[in-house]
Design a protein around this ligand. Structure first.
Ligand code: MLT
Length: 404
């Protein structure tokens, strides 16, 4: 009889956003007349920008013609896209990242879950708490996290770095030394971020301890302050300790299109083993490339027209962010984030738990958000709202908040 990977049995409950989806569906079925406003999962609502649609149409037509048809994409992604990424996301910021250090993928979620495969099972991971659940769950599935304590809602072999209002959401160096450090900046879920000086300290720490940083920069496009780095490679020494994950979902609305990339610098080595070579081997074996059509759409993100249109799209969502932030403040809530990220992180009122507030908001205001405790124990007592709704729904949701 075969045996299963019983690490899966250790996972508590279902994936956070599936749980929320089920709760909302049940409420909706029982209350079909209620119009629910969804500010839960960070999914975009604005259509793809015209420059992207144009590139998609063109690429679709190419696929219908024998001379311009494309089959399997090159392992690392098409050069036209990797060159655009290297030039715009890195060289323009003074970071020397070569195109053979960029691996195009179908999105940052899969890369953030898969990247742990490069490391031994006895490595110790450190995560911010609260944290995007994929980092922890993918390590649970691999068998790296030890046992789960239902009381503290923590794993015995995971180092948690609390990020709360008390420490201004800046993770402190942990007491125990980690091997793999996950940082998501600007942060999901708290919507806060680190300055370049603060991030430099983490890069120095990782280099000193021989740790690797998995740096998720999916929300980079939302940075508005000058002292916030757009890539970890702006920090000195990052190329010897950091892997960067990037997404087209949030900056260009590709949540339903699927495109991302991972940067693994050639200088990143464990002894004399190159992680770049390992990821290339993994990519070649387990992945057959993001579709040609989608990679052309990705290239359009970096065209002059694309850049201008996406700047407007980001501004649209950030107007929602400041509307929510200011509106909630006026209504007496304590709020964080929303300046360099499209998430607002609020303190639940009246000592309600995160899930109590979720139910209250769903039932009494028909607004969906995400309970902070779903992201980790230090998220208890907090609640996340996304700025990715439409402006109209954002305003309507705020009105409903005021009636609570
Ligand atoms: C979120 O709501 O946290 C994100 O949408 C999840 C994701 O990007 O996978």
């Amino acid at each position: 009889m075969y045996q299963i990977n019983d690490n899966y049995q250790k996972l508590p409950g279902s994936y956070l956003f599936s749980t929320i989806g089920k709760k909302v569906a049940a409420y909706s079925e029982a209350n079909p007349d209620k119009k629910i406003i969804r500010l839960g999962i960070g999914d975009v609502t604005q259509p793809l920008a015209p420059a992207i649609i144009e590139a998609l149409h063109k690429a679709v037509d190419e696929m219908g013609n024998a001379e311009t048809f494309h089959g399997y994409a090159p392992d690392l992604g098409y050069e036209f896209l990797r060159s655009a990424i290297a030039k715009n996301d890195y060289q323009a910021r003074g970071c020397e990242i070569g195109i053979d250090e960029i691996f195009v993928s179908d999105g940052a979620k899969s890369d953030s879950a898969n990247i742990q495969e490069l490391f031994a099972l006895n490595n110790r991971i450190a995560v911010c708490d609260p944290v995007y659940p994929v980092y922890v769950d993918s390590n649970v599935m691999a068998g790296r996290t030890g046992t789960y304590d239902t009381k503290t809602e923590t794993w015995s072999n995971v180092i948690y770095m609390p990020c709360t209002a008390e420490n201004n959401f800046v993770p402190e160096f942990p007491k125990e030394t980690p091997d793999i450090i996950y940082l998501c900046l600007p942060n999901n879920p708290t919507g806060t971020t680190l300055t370049k000086d603060q991030l430099q300290k983490w890069v120095d720490y990782a280099n000193e301890k021989g740790a690797v940083i998995i740096y998720d920069a999916a929300y980079e496009a939302y940075i508005s302050e000058d002292n916030v780095p757009h890539t970890i490679y702006e920090c000195d020494g990052a190329k010897t300790c950091a892997i960067e994950l990037r997404s087209f979902s949030k900056n260009a609305g590709f949540t339903g299109v699927r495109l991302g990339f991972t940067v693994v610098p050639k200088e990143l080595k464990c002894g004399d083993v190159s992680l770049n070579a390992m990821w290339a081997r993994r990519h070649g074996t387990k992945f057959n490339g993001a579709p040609y059509i989608v990679q052309r759409a990705g290239e359009a993100v970096y065209s002059e027209a694309g850049k201008a249109q996406l700047k407007e799209q980001v501004a649209y969502y950030m107007r929602n962010a400041s509307t929510i932030k200011n509106g909630l403040k006026d209504a007496g809530y304590t709020v964080f984030g929303g300046v360099n990220a499209p998430y607002i992180w609020l303190k639940t009122p009246d000592n309600m738990t995160s899930w109590q507030f979720f139910d209250h908001l769903l039932e009494d205001a028909n607004v969906v958000g995400t309970p902070g405790s779903g992201f980790g124990p230090s998220g208890e007592g907090y609640f996340r709202l996304t700025a990715f709704g439409t402006y109209e729904n954002t305003l309507a949701a705020l009105e409903r908040f005021k009636t609570l």
